[in-house]
Ligand binder design. Sequence first.
Ligand SMILES: [Zn+2]
Length: 536
Amino acid sequence: MTRRPFALRSSLFALLFPLGLAAQQPGVDVQAYHFRIDLPDTGTTIRGWTSVFFRPTRAWDDTLRLDLVGMTVERVYDLETLQRVRFTYDGAVIRIHAPRPGARGGVVVQYRGSPQDGLRFGTTVRGRRAVFADNYPQRARYWLPVVDHPSDKARVLWSVRAPGGWQVVTNAPRRCGAPSTRDSLCLESQPLPTYVMVLGATCMTVSRHAPLVSGADTIPIEVWAYPEDSVYADEGPFRRATEIAEALQRLVGPFPYARLAHVQSGTRNGAMENASAIFYNEGAWADRRLGEGTVRHETAHQWFGDAVTPRTFQHVWLSEGFASYFDGVAGAALDGDSVLTRIMAGNREIWLASSVRDRPMVDSVEPDPEAVLDANDYQKGAWVLHMLRREVGDSTFFRGIRAYYQRYRDSSVTSEQFQRVMEGTVGPGTRLSWFFDQWLRQLGCPQLDVRWEQQAGGMLQLYVRQAQPAAWGRFTVPQVPVRIVLAGGQVLERTFRLEARYGSQVAGFTLPAGAEVQEVVVDPYGALLMTAEVHR
Ligand SMILES: [Zn+2]
């Protein structure tokens, strides 16, 4: 997701229905949903028939619980026999008693209502009626009966009846069978978390860019815009939509979905990485302020966040940190390394100026998913990957990234699982817990106080103190770069090892005979997330 600068975040629904409280539902693994939605010609009342195909797990207690907030549930029936199934509904959770689960079984929930959130009807900036979903982080439940937790990914099929003249965009690119004819039902999407399941419908112009070739597959790349904004989109921010996806595919692995659509929409965010149908804020698009960086970030999410999904919102840096970093990596692949350098400098600046430096990136408590999304997940997350790459080297880093994607594509992960893949890629017996613990669980970053002194024999001594607040802990950095500027202009590049064991340490450098030190710069190229005050 790209957040809107200065956007007001509505807390109304958070007060009514605390969003962070829903946990993964034990005993149930949803395999697939078929959402059939009738959109009204006027008003905001939808009708829905959702087929839920699920499997019981060991904790199955004979009750299927589906999140659905503020709708009217008309009936629930068995998908195969079409017999009614007993249920209760308290306005937030449907409890369905003793449904028959199984590979061919499931239930259909028939419901209607005017969604309070999640699916929003409105008028576009171009003055036309429209409806757009905005499910992040747990808003699907306001209009879809689902297990609304990122750990329970499921395939999804959409059947949408919309007013005449509207185009409908969803996660699935093709039409399919009717909900009651189970045998003809094809479930088209890869398994998705509910927060990237999406529907948008209004009058739109669809343009087709050069497709992405992925092995034997040809993946359409489309831009869905309001008619007034279509030419701008094709020639501006999405001019290189195919090249961006190609660059990421080369670096990470095959594109995960059957199509990629970039969609102008009413999302309340700057942009939202809905799987295979990315939604961009209509205002920035119409005002011609949409940048290619947003396109790179959201495209990167298709691999990181959508295909490989954080198991809980505690690990959301696996989505936002990766998308922020691969925005820069894709930019560097297209336009040279200076793009990444510039983006990482910006990330450093934003994080250092943020108020979340004294919060850990991965908290031990399941957080409110709205409150947790901050500069730690985006900017510091990108820096964790950048420093990991520096630590293990380019080729090992990208081998690890590819192995991680290959192994966890279409499932959900924790930070520990990413760590283990990287350790395995570096080599047997490698432990990277020192790196991940200090960057994911410790607070802040190193704040070095460095005093230098040239000794009588010519040797340069650095007295290095880790001056960050004690609550942040100490850090190990195997290679801290140092630039030594000598009188006469000669420049020496050296490194020293920063050790978490010591609050203060001394690093000594032998210099050429007769050299006189003029200036010492720690981390001169901004390769690390740290600050250093250097004085004589
Ligand atoms: Zn994002």
